[in-house]
Ligand binder design. Structure first.
Ligand SMILES: [Fe+2]
Ligand SMILES: [Fe+2]
Length: 277
């Protein structure tokens, strides 16, 4: 069993220091195999914000996989925005903006969807879709395959209106063909889970989605700070939503899926991670 912690939209520069400390404490107790950060590490892509994000990442004992978000590209410095949009991200966080992590049990591919030519929307490129096919298609079915972007592929169940990542349909066709099990994203500052087929009716095979809320920013959207802890094995995927209650992060919701054949469906109700009730 692999444990992923999925955090997003940290927004250093607009962070709540006590929540940052609480998150570090919670991550240390969860002991994830990998911490996935799905973008917007900073508020305005300033050097001191990236330096704070770097200190935060360095305080996490687990391996990390990080992709940029739209806030990690300078907004007002037009030379930087268009000539070197991710220079600060590459310098402070990771030179690789499409990172890849793999073991015998799990493969996690990050895709940078932040773009200079749009204020806040994002896009997947043809080259990134080719890389997805190259990296994930050859892996055997027992390896759980995970894609990470900042911009979402699935809108919230209560609101279909937010724009999705550009070229979503094409990327999803490749993800379906390569047996991707799970997609992680952020950007909307709402935590929810689902199946892409509820919105993308052309997709035939279940691809599960976990969207993360903002982990540490005080710019919440009618929702407390939160992040996801995801336990996965080839046959079972459990999502735990951990929410800040003013003192610490606590589990507020738990959803579990089970694989039958090549498809994921809701699992029987269980008592936490243990036996069936
Ligand atoms: Fe954000
Ligand atoms: Fe964003």
């Amino acid at each position: 069993m692999i444990t992923l912690a999925h955090i997003s939209d940290l927004h250093f520069g607009a962070e709540s220091p006590e929540v940052v400390e609480g998150l570090l404490e919670d991550l240390r107790s969860v002991e994830p195999s990998l911490v996935v950060v799905s973008g917007d590490l900073t508020q305005r892509a300033r050097r001191k914000e990236f330096a704070a994000a770097r200190r935060f990442l360095d305080a996490i004992p687990s391996p990390r996989l990080v992709v940029p978000g739209n806030h990690d590209i300078p907004l007002f410095d037009l030379v930087s925005r268009f000539a070197r949009p991710l220079a600060r991200f590459r310098s402070y966080i990771d030179a690789d903006v499409d990172p890849f992590f793999s073991t015998d049990e799990v493969a996690v591919l990050g895709m940078n969807t932040a773009r200079s030519n749009t204020w806040k929307d994002g896009r997947v490129s043809i080259a990134q879709i080719d890389a997805l096919r190259r990296r994930l298609c050859p892996l055997p079915p027992r390896v759980v395959k995970v894609l990470v972007t900042h911009h979402p592929f699935l809108p919230p169940p209560w609101d279909p209106s937010p724009p999705l990542v550009g070229r979503a349909a094409e990327a999803l066709r490749a993800a379906e063909a390569c047996g991707v099990d799970l997609m992680l994203a952020g950007h909307l500052h709402h935590g929810y889970t689902g199946d892409v087929r509820t919105h993308h009716v052309d997709i035939r095979r279940a691809i599960l989605v976990a969207q993360a809320g903002t982990a540490t920013s005080h710019r919440v959207r009618n929702e407390a700070n939160s992040y996801n802890v995801i336990r996965l094995s080839p046959q079972r995927l459990g999502f735990s939503l951990r929410v800040w209650d003013g003192k610490g992060f606590q589990e507020a919701r738990f959803v579990e899926y089970e694989k039958s054949g090549s498809d994921w469906g809701p699992a029987p109700v269980r008592d936490s991670w243990g036996g069936v009730d």
